[in-house]
Design a binder for this molecule. Structure first.
Ligand SMILES: Cc1ncc(COP(=O)(O)O)c(C=O)c1O
Length: 387
């Protein structure tokens, strides 16, 4: 049975001034108890016992041999890139529509991102564009599952095998999602997660690197901890990061992990509630409920205004803000990022789907703590804005 904690919403009598945050996490399990243990025992640093418990719990949940807890999802990707030993001039094929975190480590290393556009219906990378972008310099494919549906992984795996390419899988937004029954986060040579508070499970700030390869796992562990060596602690042969997660973050993460399946259920419930009430609005595109390989887990509930003559996302978001409702814009395509010019990255190709999504897309309040009456208020407001 769906076990959802719907908080009593005391403001329903005064619905016009209801405030709906774009994202509020649920921290009503063992979070406080485990945090108190950290304080009572004095284990607040990365050496504490919750780190291993959280890592082992996630490794088991995702069926991976190694899970390495780090301080955020961005540095998880940086560490993955370093561990795979990508070098100056190596090309990595990746979606353009994602967060800057996916590309910043690559660019700083002198690697060359090669972008593919998105699919108009799933909003994920268009895997049919990958093969035509492969050159003798291509070393890896970076997969980023976007907003709630997984990338078409069988096609990616087939291409990676055919051309002997590594897969970096960013499953930051895909906790608990499966592709044909296999968990997202279990597909990459290295996969990464983020635990920012808008994620299905959170640690405040935090991330995880996942792999089945012992050598890669050792490298990642060393990289997260400044590449200290056991024989002579302050002697360094390599440069790493201080990307350690604290025991307090892991304590929250463990408590969250205990309830991950119910969180996924709640997110699906949120998604269904929105779709039920909004699906008749013909000027908007809504998330697909499912594909042939997965059911949406609605990391966020995105909407895209189909016609830019009606209004753009910015204008719509302002109207929601006037009604006390928090929203967020969609990502801005990496191929359009001004910073790429500073690094002399030339972008080939056209990316009309991403460009449309960036300008016309935004997401509605989608946090785990949202109540049914808040969802109803957001829907009523949307129906007024797009009447
Ligand atoms: C797809 C994706 N990758 C990476 C990140 C970065 O994670 P963090 O904010 O923990 O650095 C995010 C953050 O939202 C994300 O959505």
């Amino acid at each position: 049975m769906l076990e959802i904690k719907i908080k009593q919403d005391l403001s329903h009598k005064n619905i016009n001034i209801m405030q709906v945050q774009v994202n509020e996490p649920l921290l009503d399990g063992n979070e406080k108890k485990y945090l108190n243990e950290c304080i009572d025992t004095g284990w607040i640093s990365s050496e504490g016992p919750f780190i291993k418990q959280f890592e082992n719990g996630l490794a088991t949940y995702l069926n991976r041999k190694h899970a390495i807890a780090v301080s955020n999802g961005t540095v998880a990707i940086d560490i993955a890139i370093d561990a795979l030993d990508l070098k100056i001039g190596d090309e990595i094929i990746m979606p353009t529509f994602t967060i800057i975190s996916c590309v910043s480590g690559l660019i700083k290393k002198g690697c060359i991102p090669v972008f593919v556009d998105q699919e108009p219906d799933t909003w994920n990378m268009n895997v049919d564009q990958i093969e035509s972008k492969i050159t003798s310099r291509t070393k890896a494919i970076m997969v980023v599952h976007i907003y709630g549906l997984p990338v078409e992984m069988n096609k990616v795996l087939e291409i990676a095998t055919k051309y002997n390419l590594k897969i970096i899988e960013d499953a930051a937004e895909m906790h608990g999602q499966e592709y044909l029954g296999k968990k997202c986060g279990s597909f990459g040579d290295i996969s990464t997660l983020s635990f920012y508070p808008n994620k299905h499970i959170t640690t405040g700030e935090g991330g995880m690197v996942l792999t089945d390869n012992d050598e890669l796992a050792n490298k990642c562990r060393s990289l997260r901890n400044l590449c200290f060596i056991p024989e002579q602690r302050f002697l360094h042969y390599e440069l790493g990061y201080n990307a350690r997660m604290t025991n307090m973050q892991a304590a929250i993460g463990l408590a969250q992990l205990e309830r991950i399946d119910s969180f996924v259920e709640k997110k699906r419930w949120i998604g269904k509630k929105y779709t039920e009430q909004l699906k008749h609005v013909t000027s908007l595109q809504f998330p697909l409920e499912k594909t042939t390989f997965a059911e949406n887990i609605y990391w966020v509930y995105g909407v895209v205004i189909k016609d830019n003559q009606i209004m753009d996302a910015k204008e719509a978001m302002e109207k929601f803000a006037d009604a006390g409702i928090g929203t967020r814009p969609f990502f801005w395509g990496l191929h359009e990022q001004p910073v790429l010019k500073h690094y002399n990255i030339n972008v080939d190709g056209s990316f009309p789907i991403s460009e449309h999504m960036s300008r016309q897309g935004f997401y509605l309040p989608s946090g785990l703590a949202i109540t049914e009456s808040q969802i109803n208020y957001v829907c009523d407001t949307l129906l007024k804005i797009f009447k």
